[in-house]
Design a protein around this ligand. Structure first.
Ligand SMILES: Nc1ncnc2c1ncn2[C@@H]1O[C@H](COP(=O)(O)OP(=O)(O)O)[C@@H](O)[C@H]1O
Ligand SMILES: [Mg+2]
Length: 262
């Protein structure tokens, strides 16, 4: 179900896809990525599917909504007209005004949901989200709630242009990610088995849940039903690759590493 954008606010002036802020009919402000963003409409599907899957796993992920931009709204705001924004269905994440990316000053020791960073790493591997472990801009810290919140899954799966052929070529291997963003969480999540709980959650997720996450995408985003069902198969198959991929991170975790040496 989509919601109506009722007022254009401003560009967010950050990121590759250059999202913009809108007030919507539910009274909330959303960070909206347009169908005609420079990576293409596929990233809107990626964001929405990743949100549904992340929520299903109980991970801290910003709420996403399909946002309808009408012709009247575009006509009302010259900035929208000049960007040639197509009317129709775009995608927004709920705007957290207090949110600061990890590029800013963040004292993680104050954070109260740090354990979920382990789930984030498991999730990124499962959905092939290579755009977080190095980019400290794809995780928000909310100082008022003392929580981390995942954003930006535009490059998940195989980026904006995945299709059935790409999935078939790459169905039995998983890239392993490690970088500065993940490293910051090591002191807080290291344990004899830091990822076990989340790996089990992914391994147990049923096909019906994945089908639900991939279904009902707006036609305007141009994902064929054949490609969508190949994404379901891809995700189902990858559930069993996560455990082995994460095992390769063990050396980065002193307590977990010790466990392997005993
Ligand atoms: N829901 C949100 N609340 C607050 N800030 C956000 C939100 N979503 C994105 N941002 C800010 O906008 C930037 C760009 O958004 P992002 O989703 O990362 O787009 P891109 O794919 O272009 O990198 C983020 O790095 C962050 O600073
Ligand atoms: Mg980003």
């Amino acid at each position: 179900m989509s919601i109506l954008a009722v007022r254009y606010i401003r560009p967010i002036d950050d990121g590759w896809t250059l999202p913009h802020l809108f007030k919507c009919e539910d009274g909330q402000t959303y960070v909206v990525k347009f169908i005609n963003n420079r990576s293409g409409s596929g990233i809107l599907a990626n964001e929405l599917i990743a949100y549904r899957l992340g929520k299903r796993l109980g991970l801290p992920i910003a709420p996403y909504r399909i946002i309808q931009i009408t012709k009247d709204l575009v006509n009302m705001f010259p900035a929208l007209k000049s960007m040639d924004i197509p009317t129709g269905l775009h995608l927004g994440s709920l705007y957290f005004e207090q949110g600061t990316t990890l590029l800013g000053e963040v004292n993680l020791a104050l954070c109260q949901n740090l354990h979920q960073a382990a789930g984030m790493m498991v999730f990124d591997h499962w959905i092939n989200n290579w755009d977080r472990h190095v980019a400290e801009s794809n995780l928000l810290y909310l100082p008022d709630q003392r929580k981390i919140l995942m954003i930006d899954h535009s490059d998940a799966f195989f980026g904006p242009y995945w299709d059935i052929e790409e999935f078939m070529d790459d169905s039995d291997r998983m890239d392993v990610f490690w970088g500065p963003l993940y490293e910051r969480f090591v002191p807080y999540i290291d344990s004899p088995n830091p990822f076990g709980r989340y790996i089990r959650l992914v391994e147990k997720i049923g096909e019906e849940a994945v089908v639900q996450a991939v279904k009902g995408l707006p036609k305007q985003w141009s994902i064929s039903s054949e490609d969508a069902s190949s994404l379901v198969d891809f995700l189902m198959g990858r559930r069993y690759l996560v455990r082995e991929a994460l095992e390769e991170l063990r050396d980065n975790f002193p307590i977990w590493r010790q466990e392997g040496e005993d």
